[in-house]
Every structure is written in C-alpha cells, then in structure tokens.
Design a protein around this ligand. Sequence first.
Ligand code: SF4
Length: 388
Amino acid sequence: MDIKSLTSEIKSSALALGFHAAGITSVEPFKMDEKRLEVWIDGGSVAGLQYMRDSREMRAKPLQLMPEARSILSLAVSYYNGEFDPLPQGHGRIARYAWGRDYHEVIPPRLDQVVKEAERIAGRGIQARCFTDAVPLLERAAGKRAGIGRAGLNTLLINDRFGSWIFLAEILWDLELTPDPRETRACLSANDCIRKCPTNALVAYRVDAGKCISYHTIENHGVIERSLRKRFGDWLYGCDVCQEVCPHNNRIERTDWTEFQPASGAGQSLSLLEVLDIPDEDHFQSRFAGTPLLRTGRRGLVRNACIVAANIRFEAAVPGISSLAEGDPDPVVRTHAVGALAEFSTQAHRATIEKALKDPADEVQAEAAAILAEAGSSGPTPTSTARD
Ligand code: SF4
C-alpha cells in the first residue's frame, strides 16, 4: 500500500474507533512553540507547574520521546455534554472536562485499539507510544500542525466541529505517513475570553497560571492567595469561563462518549456540605475513584469548598467550616476554613480566628493575622486569651 493510502486508511480507522478528529504531523521540532514556551516559563506565568519547567527541553522535540518515531497521529475527543443545569443551592461547579470519568483512564485503551488497527492495515508490527495529557510534548502545537484545530486566544486548541471542548491525544510511531496541512487560520479573536476571565489571567495566547482558577483549584495544593479567592465565584473544581464565552463554541455537537457524561462520574456540581464532611483521604479516594477530581486530593477539594461556601454566602456550611478551622489535621484546610469564616463575619467568628493565631502551622497563623489586621486589630481579645 502506498503511503498516501496508508495514511488515509489509518486516519479513517481512528475516526471509526470514535475519535472526533485525526491528523498527521511530522516529528520535526516545534520551534515557534518552543519559543513561546520559553517566554511563558521565563516570564513567570508557569506558577507551581514544576513539571513544565522540568520537561521544557523535551516538549518541543518529539524524537526525544521516541527516537524511532517517523510520524505523529494527533487525535481529539470531545467531552462536551451541553450547558449547566441550574445550580442546586449550596453546590459548587465542576468544569465540564471533569463531569464524567477520568480521560487518563478512558482514552488510552482506545489509543491501543488504533495502534492494533494500524498494524492490521500496514500488515506489520508497529513500534508506538501513546499519550494523552501526561506527556512532555507540546500537544496543542502537534494538533495545530496536524491540522485538527486552530490556536485560540485562550491558549486552547479549537476544532471546527467540537470547539475547544476536546481532549488531545497522540500516537508516536515508526510509521512513515503523509503529514496533513498545518492549520493556519487564526482564532476569531473576539477577545471575550480575555475580557471575561474572572481573574484577568489571560493575555493573547498566554495564560498566567498564577491567576487562573483552573490552576489553583486543581493543580495548586497549597494555600491560595487571599486576594484571588473571591473571584473564584462558585467554581469548585476547574473553570470554564474562557471556553463558555468563546464564539467558536457556539452550536457545538455533544460528545457520544458516554464515559464523559455527568452520570458516569462526579457530575456537574457537588454539594458543599458533602465535600466539607469528607473525613479523610481514604474516603475522598473511594468517593471520587475513576474521576479527574482525584487530582486535588481531599485537601484541595475541601479547601475549594471553603472558598466557594464563603463566595456564595452559604450559611448552612458555617458549622462544618468551624469544625474544620478548629480541628482539621490538614493545615491548608484549617487556613482556608479560618479564611472562610472571616468572609462570613470576622466579628462572629473572632474567637476561632484569634485561636488560630496560636495554631502550630505558620500558614494558619498568617491567615489569622492577616484577617485581624484587615479588621483593624492584630491582637487577641481578652475572651480568647482566657480560652487559650
Ligand atoms: S480557566 Fe477561568 S480563570 Fe483560567 S484563564 Fe480561563 S477564564 Fe480565566
């Protein structure tokens, strides 16, 4: 079979196996995108994403991942399941990509099927490496060069049919295939993503991770800056704002992958009371097994629930948050519980906040001190001193 026919048959088979877009690119380095990556990292926009720093030398050079590779099959899978239902009272929102099952578990078996099918078509064994997300490769650069989407101002890859609600995956293999034309069209540049980002995290084609709600609610496992928390609104896990406002995402088809439907995973939102009540990591792990929410650990999700409860003034959460402030074993949780209580009322929770000044953890003390300084007093009241 000639290379052109082989390429065409393999791409068709990937689409037949359920992928929503498939394109081929070469294994040449992504030189322009490497420069952008350097600017992003050296400009300080990478925040705590240490793995981006650690792998910066490799990301633009596919052959460092697999020296025998001769082409890359770039794939996209839609996870779009429509808009949010009205948010139940006392719930926090989950970003759409995380409504269903974890794509890190769902997509790889289908990539293996694509390789098997390619072996059948090529009539020989194939050396291949399959990736989705967890790979030191510039996936969006690969997708753009393989023609499956254009670069969005919001930094995401935008497919004509499925918008930016897509997971990306790649197969590097020792198959010589014909590259597709690179996508050269620009984003519609409506600027809505930049204007409507709640934290001003975006400039054109670059996100400041240190301001991004998705970064903080998912990847940041520590204390979140006090000045940012209010802007999180009701986002409990991730943030979809820069995709929701994108004109490329109008009238987009829903995915047919049932694994990504809300009923297959954590759903569109979670009860804050339920999250605040998760007693330990074991309970957290079994509650969210198989979903992307595992990434935050109990600490991250309970911390986020404290932020959202305060933002939406969900008074029913106050008793649970008070208990966390007083006795949770995790200092990050205690810090955020103290911070949330202050958002409800520094005066009403003054005794708990003052007690936190003597917490064994520095971050809890710092939180309490900042709250009391803002309230105009950094010293304990006589009542709390007596209780200590
Ligand atoms: S995910 Fe949210 S916070 Fe992050 S850049 Fe997009 S709109 Fe801004």
